[in-house]
Write a protein of this length. Sequence first.
Length: 110
Amino acid sequence: MSKIILFIFALLSATSVENHKDSTINITTTPSVDIETVYKLKEFEELKIENKIMKEFHEKILDTVYWSLGSVFGILALLLGFGWWSNFKLHEKDKKVFLMKYQHLFPREK
């Protein structure tokens, strides 16, 4: 009985080795790369270069936009700060004038 099982096992393993040999690709028998594949590869490389150039262009445009927005908001902050400072000074000056003008109506207790 064990001889029959051993014979069947040897037969099946030999068959699987033959099937495996047929399924592998032999490099020497494969045809060379056709011209259409070469053109597609070249087109792919050209598209990669074009995408790189477009990315650099968009980065430069974004840098320009960021600088201009930064400049606008910087100038806006300076103008708002100057407006607040000058308004504060005028308000303090008006308070002093008002107190001097109406000081006699509100006498201070000592």
